[in-house]
Design a protein around this ligand. Structure first.
Ligand code: HEM
Length: 338
């Protein structure tokens, strides 16, 4: 996908455009990922369920659409669930296991939502093709369909992930929670095989969804012990947030302008000092990431194209595909008893 003539054409056009109109006197270019970076060098494949569960993708699509039509906020929740799943022990649905001390019970998982969507899809699939489709594949495919529902890009998802047998709350606490500096974010993603471009592009998922006020209160009054708010917040936006966040349990949109649409306005907001999480806003002040923010803010198609590339990489992290690895759960919340 990343090297298709169409995408290359877009990038070529974009590079020429940016060279002709350099924003703020700087020329930014986005490198096209190489085939090696985006290829699936494991046993995932695009036709994996064609014979064993031909209805898989149509059931998936119908269910995701139904849920999102009832509650569009679930689309963002599925995206985040997928990120948290793949961040710990790879994309193995370990985040879905619901037992004492599992990832799902960690503090970092407290505001994760969307579990019921995956359970519902799984229940339906068990009727049509029992013990065939893994929960890890369901979550990965549902994330793609949810993104499309919001107006985001489509990407072909290769399948064949098995479900993991291990889920440990302590490991889930390693997932970034919005207080980190850019170096820790880069290092965290690097440990998963993702690079700085992936970090900035995937943070663009914050074009939708919300954060609890608890995640940003440290920015509002006494930032880093200064007794003052975070100076990188626009004053009007700051007073809006101070009014909105009287209680830690309230929620605020991650994209202050177009929260329901999958667009690059998230990056435009960062340039206006209107990033909600400090980790979002830092992307625009760090020299490793700010040129990428500027480039993505200027080009909607480049953002969507790269999002598809980076999230496909995310969905490929440490997947279990071997004969003796993992299992196909019959209930996404529990390891099989037999
Ligand atoms: C790498 C750095 C990242 C950090 C520090 C981060 C942090 C956060 C935080 C703190 C929240 C709000 C949680 C709350 O207060 O309830 C959040 C929400 C969200 N995150 Fe991230 N995130 C990161 C990457 C990602 C990635 C890679 C994705 C998906 C590809 C993603 C998708 C989302 C979405 C969609 C929401 C909104 C969820 C909802 O509305 O239910 N994030 N993130």
């Amino acid at each position: 996908m990343s090297n298709s003539p169409f995408s290359l054409l877009i990038l070529l056009f974009y590079t020429i455009f940016v060279s002709a109109h350099p924003p703020e006197d700087t020329i930014y270019t986005l490198r096209v990922p190489t085939l090696e970076e985006t290829s699936f060098d494991n046993l995932l494949s695009f036709g994996y369920y064609h014979k064993s569960c031909p209805l898989f993708e149509s059931i998936l699509h119908r269910k995701v659409k139904e849920w999102i039509q009832k509650d569009y906020t679930l689309a963002a929740s599925l995206l985040r669930l997928h990120f948290h799943d793949c961040s710990v022990r790879g994309c193995d649905a370990s985040i879905l296991l619901n037992h004492d001390g599992s990832e799902r019970t960690a503090q970092a998982s407290k505001t994760l939502r969307g579990f019921e969507v995956i359970d519902d899809i799984k229940e339906e699939l068990e009727k049509h093709c029992p013990r065939t489709v893994s929960c890890a594949d369901i979550l990965t495919g549902a994330t793609r369909d949810a993104t499309v529902e919001l107006g985001g890009p489509y990407w072909a998802v290769p399948y064949g992930r098995k479900d993991g047998l291990v889920s440990i709350a302590k490991e889930a606490e390693m997932v970034p929670m919005g207080h980190e500096n850019i170096t820790s974010l880069v290092e965290f993603l690097q440990s998963k095989g993702l690079n700085v471009l992936d970090l900035v592009v995937l943070s663009g998922a914050h074009t939708t969804g919300r954060a609890s006020c608890g995640s940003i209160q440290h920015r509002l009054y006494n930032y880093q012990g200064t007794g003052r708010p975070d100076p990188s917040i626009d004053p009007k936006y700051l007073s809006f947030l101070q009014r909105k966040c009287r209680w830690a349990t309230e929620y605020v949109d991650l994209d202050a302008t177009t929260p329901r649409i999958f667009d690059p306005v998230y990056y435009i907001n960062l340039k206006k000092k209107m990033g909600l999480l400090s980790t979002d806003q830092l992307l625009y002040s760090d020299p490793r990431t700010s040129p990428i923010v500027s480039a993505l803010a200027a080009a909607p198609y480049v953002f969507k194209h790269h999002f598809a590339v980076s999230i496909a990489k995310l969905g490929n992290i440490e997947v279990l595909t071997g004969q003796d690895e993992g299992e196909i759960r019959t209930n996404c919340n529990l390891i099989n008893a037999y």
